[in-house]
Write a protein that binds this ligand. Sequence first.
Ligand code: A2P
Length: 379
Amino acid sequence: MCLYAKAKLSTRGGLAFLLFVNHTKDLNKKVSVSAQEMELENMKKYNIAVVGATGMVGRTFLKVLEEINLPVENYYLMASARSAGKTIKFMGKDYVIEELTEQSFDKDIDIALFSAGGSTSEKFSPIAASKGVVVIDNSSAWRMDPKVPLVVPEVNPEDIKWHNGIIANPNCSTIQAMVALRPLQLAYGISRIIYSTYQAVSGAGMGGYSDLENGIKGEAPKKFNHPIFNNCLPQIDVFLDNGYTKEEMKMVNETKKILGDDSLRITATTVRVPVFDCHSESINVELKKPFDVEELKKVLADAPGLVLQDDPANAVYPMAITAKGKNETFVGRIRRDESIENGVNLWVVADNIRKGAATNAVQIAQKLIEMWENGEVTR
Ligand code: A2P
């Protein structure tokens, strides 16, 4: 029996667990299970490229990949010509950064995790896909393309099955909202959502970070239109003709696509706040069915990827400083909206660079490999 066949056989009983061993509430924890490690050794191995490996999200891709046991033979780290030849420590080795070119995907690569901006993705994702690579793209370039699935693995993993070589990672503020809203959609149905976000400067990349750091020292902003220190900016991304920002409309449109319901009524106000990491969101939801608050809390507590932190008497609720570095989404401050029928308020916090970007993309890769191994998706 060849090694691959052996791996497939053992897969039947164990792979889902093996691949998702860290996909539970604690993806951060190193798992030392020698039987599983041996099984990984015997499995078919895949080749993964990380495009934009030097960037803020790209570096977090590498951290998350180091934390989980994906069956990988080779990694290729790519960035622009500016970084080509530099080395990055990854998996205990020095990796040389390759320049991303039209020939980068001529080698045997199964999955490419992209976080190199929209225009790079627009140009290079189709090239990679045409060579049999599945691109998981963190930019907004492909998210609303009807031929491209937009995936949060806890919410709509089945959408991975109809990919045509590109799978889109949703916007950071949308991802964490989806993790909290999907269980409510399944249990009660949702008719309307009002988002109000409190978003960290890391969502604007290194420039956002520097504006807050330098603003504390009294320097003028370079990335944002106004100082972010000691301030809240009710503008994330550019304004559109309807008066909303692009970020607000991303939340509206991506929510409908991921939850598979165009009839949802949604509105959003997105705000940049002087916090370095982790987005916080107030979400007001109108449900279709009546609910009991304690039962609704239990629905959320049992949901995948979601941690309930809701003990107001002891001042326990999700906060940016406690969500930092975590792969889960945190929900609390759950209370009935007494102004409407079947309304509920939630406070949802997640690390925007982890679950809002890198973790979600790596989890899509993990799920895709599981589907390849189970034969649910053909390679
Ligand atoms: P580089 O560091 O070589 O510029 P961030 O979002 O944190 O700014 O990171 C953007 C990432 O995308 C970086 O890794 C950056 O590489 C990469 N990148 C930007 N433009 C290109 C490009 N044209 N080709 C390949 N990688 C790019």
